[in-house]
Ligand binder design. Sequence first.
Ligand code: GLN
Length: 551
Amino acid sequence: MKYVVVTGGVLSGLGKGVTASSIGVLLKSAGLRVTSVKIDPYLNIDAGTMSPFEHGEVFVLDDGGEVDLDLGNYERFLDIALTRDNNITTGKVYSTVIERERRGDYLGKTVQVIPHITDEIQEWIERVAHQSSDGNNGTPDACVIELGGTVGDIESAPFIEALRQFQFRVGRDNICFVHVSLVPVMGPVGEQKTKPTQHTVKELRGLGIIPDILVCRSANPLHDDTRSKLAEFCHVSKEAVVSAHDSSNIYRVPLMFEEQGVSEVLAECFGFELVAERPLLAEWKAMADRVDNVEEEVHIAMVGKYTGLSDSYLSVIKALQHSSYAVNRKLVIDWIESADLDDATAASDPRAHAGAWELLRGANGILVPGGFGVRGIEGKIKAAEFARKNLVPYLGVCLGLQVATIEFCRNVLGMEGANSTEFDEDTPHQAVVFMPEISKTHMGGTMRLGTKPTPFLVDDCKMRRLYGGADHVDERHRHRYEVNPELIEQIESAGLRYVGKDETGQRCEIMELDEHPYFVGTQYHPEFKSRPGRPSPPFLGLMKAACGLEI
Ligand code: GLN
């Protein structure tokens, strides 16, 4: 097993995840089976209880693991499927060790960070690195490990120490340390400054880790003398100083690394022969060129709540992008803060209200993504109503299906005040209700989570066609509420059909409106399984309908 450890210095948000994924792509293109591990040095057991507003979206895995969004990048870049154990957190490591201590496993010893926590971290990494993630049951050849946070943080200290020890456990020939840093530009002539990188490398070396490769984030390509200086002061070879400058699209990053000889450095580090023919890279190049060359725009209105931080909807954005490539259109997302569509905003902030409605009216398609809590709900219901009445393509994901159902109950079935009990416990018409099996006392990991099969109940419908005629779909879930089973018959007889339900035939999963170009919703989150060359079917449907194409 070959391990690539990616750490970061100077500041967060440098693109460690994209760096790690891109290195994974290079290893994969060299014929290795690649998996990955993300380490998040926070005390939460998982990302499930964290606000997407602060942290970006919560990514959901097949096994129901609620994890950091970087695992989504790995799944998309490497076309793999990971498990909850591929995301290690301080919370998980400590709770395992403490549980073991309570069982008496440490036989009277004082339980300490070194060696007990650090051993647990190393064993965990080794265990998951050997788990197959490519769907073929093959044991991986290489594992890319990304350490979240910035080197020098108190939180990451036990992990850095574990990784320092790890090089002796697995052998120096089997591990490659990559450090991602920042090269800012100062002054009128645009001098590239190396000092922040020098400092962070010094700090890393002080902790016992000597980087083999330095990845330098900068606006423009590194100058040759900057590269020489970094090599000299940071004790890495010049070939191993990599420029990670701004690029036109994310698919260029592995290609940028390849052009600078990163594959050769990795081959040298790990002692494998680099084959000349690597067709995977040609695929990436074709993708990157394609993305750069689309011109005609398609506007999708994204009616959400966390519109100030686009990372809160990362997988949804990716799924939209993937489907826009498939129809050769340039995706423009018009972000609409859902509360701005609300009637109440017309009085309090008429400009925001007018602006939001202008964007909504101008869009080729409307998307209401997943969400929690009452804020902005009325605006989302308005968006669904607008899409339904004006025959504008609409995709509702999870909450988006629920608001479309509420809207239909209110405005088509005349159930005044219909709502979800999540937003109004005393609603006279409970259109959406709490699922009976869900815990009311514990928030972490207690939703209906992960991949569950959804059989189609009709022979032909748009969604079934989009899924290639399949008899069922396997998609990932994350919700506590469902369409009220008692109202299904009434809703369906008025034309809003649930064409896919769970195996019991009770729980509504896929919604489609008769006599509308594309008005669909899914209780699951199709965005998590979208891939660059294999866009998620419901998203592709939205895109096709938005472009006026046949489904
Ligand atoms: N809040 C809704 C529920 O819990 C929708 C969840 C979601 O959109 N992920 O059912």
